[in-house]
Design a protein around this ligand. Structure first.
Ligand code: FES
Length: 334
């Protein structure tokens, strides 16, 4: 595989077809003029798809188009085995001979190719087939495998035996369509037959998951897995607006209806500063007004909120900052 040379017999000239030119334009437009050499591999591939192989005139043509020395294009085309340096058969069989495929029977596949097609690299006299050996094609888990290139594309045929490769060649000879992928019935690279590992169904229904207690968890945090049974203390909602300290208007103010107020807290008073938009000064005013608990705020009607808004000289701030919804969340988590 290390020495790849151009074919002895070469055509006189090369030109991209109209369809190929459209593809070439597509690729050239991807790169700035000074970097157009980046299109060398796509252009070589387009030439190969058009002719079935990359001839010396094609190399020269591409070098001229890209402003590259011919030797640079030659280096690329001889490095990558995906480029055919000589005419190929209608179906080009590329047998992977790298270690995993070799250990799994690639030699037997090569024997099938040699007996059915002929010498490696040569095109069968009827032009139907040619074959070559390539390095790892990245499908080692489905070794041994071949890639077959023809007018329909480039497809992998995996998990092969001498018999199954022979059957594929029979179908191609007969002009029948063949199915790409594993030839032993398995799906992709799934285990052959029944699954042999990770078969415990509890791995998938959550029953095997163990509850854990986080070592540095806050005292008031429920152990993992119990969060849905025990409400945790809600995090303080974030307020984006900086509250301006208001003044409590003690005299009667028009509008709204007074909410339920207390002379003093009913037991432990709540930390109203956990409501986004309520700072220590507003909390003091609410307390002075007779509001000490989340559940008081959570129960405010629109009229009652308007009453509080008016006394704190707020203009709809309670609604804007969703105090009532926040208070409900905090009250439920209490
Ligand atoms: S070794 Fe054959 S596909 Fe990787």
């Amino acid at each position: 595989m290390s020495v790849r040379r151009l074919a002895d017999q070469q055509p006189d000239s090369f030109a991209f077809s109209k369809e190929s030119e459209e593809l070439v334009t597509f690729w050239l437009n991807k790169y700035p003029e000074a970097k157009k050499a980046s299109a060398v591999i796509p252009m070589l591939w387009i030439a190969q798809k058009q002719e079935g192989w990359v001839s010396e005139p094609a190399i020269q043509h591409i070098a001229n188009r890209l402003g590259m020395p011919r030797i640079r294009v030659y280096e690329v085309v001889t490095f990558y085995t995906m480029f055919n340096l000589a005419p190929a058969g209608e179906h080009l069989i590329q047998v992977c001979g790298t270690t995993p495929c070799w250990l799994r029977g690639a030699d037997a596949l090569k024997e099938v190719c040699a007996s059915r097609i002929g010498k490696k690299g040569a095109v069968r006299p009827d032009g139907k087939f040619s074959w070559m050996e390539v390095e790892c094609l990245g499908a080692c888990s489905n070794a041994p495998m071949v890639q077959i290139s023809n007018k329909d594309g480039d497809e992998y045929y995996e998990d092969l035996t001498a018999e199954s490769l022979g059957a594929l060649l029979d179908d191609l000879e007969a002009g029948k369509a063949i199915k790409a992928g594993p030839q032993n019935g398995r799906s992709c690279s799934a285990p052959e037959g029944e699954p042999k590992t990770l078969t415990d169904t509890s791995l998938y229904d959550g029953s095997a998951a163990k509850k854990i207690k986080l070592p540095n968890a806050a005292n008031d945090r429920a152990p993992a897995g119990e969060a849905d049974q025990k409400p945790t203390k809600a995090a303080k909602p974030v307020s984006k607006t900086k509250p301006t300290p208001p003044k409590l208007v003690k005299e009667a103010v028009a509008g709204g209806a007074s909410p339920k107020l207390f002379d003093q807290p009913q037991g432990q008073k709540d930390d109203l500063t956990r409501i986004g938009g309520v700072g220590p000064k507003i909390e003091a005013l609410l307390n002075e007004m007779g509001v000490f608990h989340y559940h008081q705020i959570a129960s405010w009607t629109a009229d009652e909120a308007a009453w509080v808004n008016a006394r704190l000289k707020f203009k709809g701030r309670i609604e804007r900052e969703s105090w009532i919804a926040q208070a409900k969340t905090l009250s439920e988590a209490n």
